[in-house]
Design a protein around this ligand. Sequence first.
Ligand code: EPU
Length: 346
Amino acid sequence: MIQHDVPLVRLNTFKLPCVAERYLALTDLRQLEGPEFKQAPELVLGGGSNMLLLDQVPGLTVHVSLGGVQLLTPVPVRKTSSSLDTGTLIVRVAAGVDWNQFVRYTLDQGWYGFENLILIPGTVGAAPVQNIGAYGAEIAERIEAVHVWEYGIGVRVLTPEECEFGYRDSRFKQEPGRFLITAVDFRLNGKHELKTGYGAIQTELARLKIDNPTPNDVALAVTNIRRSKLPDWFFLGNSGSFFKNPVVPMSVHNRLKTEYEDLPSYPINPGHVKLPAGWLIERAGLKGMRNEAVGTYEKQALVLVNHGSATGREVLNFSESVQAGVLTKFGVELEREVQVLGVSTV
Ligand code: EPU
């Protein structure tokens, strides 16, 4: 049933005030056959964790609330109390399932592969859109298929290649308004292959005095790291990393490195490197800076926070001042990671 003038402030992790002109919760796939889904709605809302909402969303907002987790194949065989069959597991997860609850569920089931991606806010359906990633892992590595509704056409199943995944990028981001993700098939393992190469994970495992980590240990290390650096949106509204880490030509990197010896960088290919936007913002003197209710987070400059009463427009203006500061100081352009949606009414 369509509702009118529905507030979205509790449905976005930035806690920005916004009103949906019309609002529909998608709880059943059969609803997709209705006239509303012949074309794309104005806004498709999952966990609201990667968006900056302006005051109003005209038209229809669809809140994807499809639930369910299904193990497709094969059923794992418990060999001993501590080891599982080594086979690959395919798990189908509905788009409305909370990502972090799903990761915790996989760990409880002994389905491994997502331990590095614990505690990321948002829903399963939103996760492929920006190819969520953290601590050396990306969701795209474990996607088997993405089930979508293509507006005006119908049900489709996309292969990972057809999703065109990249760093914080996908076809869903590149072609907004074409697909609505209804479910994702993931490939997990009954036996774990841990990714502990990321420096911060190694440091945290050493601090915990863990030599032979289990997937639960890695999840604990990532949980501790995230809690120490990233704000919990429940207490301080935010959208995670606000900008992408910029990929720059080697010549730009070399120019900056002569001036800033401690500049961290990650090689992408022989001609390009990724620079940490958090470092650039901090070294531009903008870490912890605040303008009324909007600021950069004091422990991770890449995260913009809503100290309480910010509007989307204020966050957007503030983010542009951060981009300008980094451009002036380093000559590097920061691109937004979050999507700006809706319209301002003032
Ligand atoms: N750094 C600073 N100052 C800061 C923040 C970072 O100097 O204020 C430096 C750090 O010291 C480090 C480097 O920047 O040398 C990278 O920092 P960090 O490991 O915290 O990761 P990041 O590049 O800032 C990315 C993701 C995060 C993800 C972490 C861990 C992007 C845009 N962000 O952040 O993802 O959790 O790596 O893998 O790629 C998100 O997308 O919402 C998100 C939180």
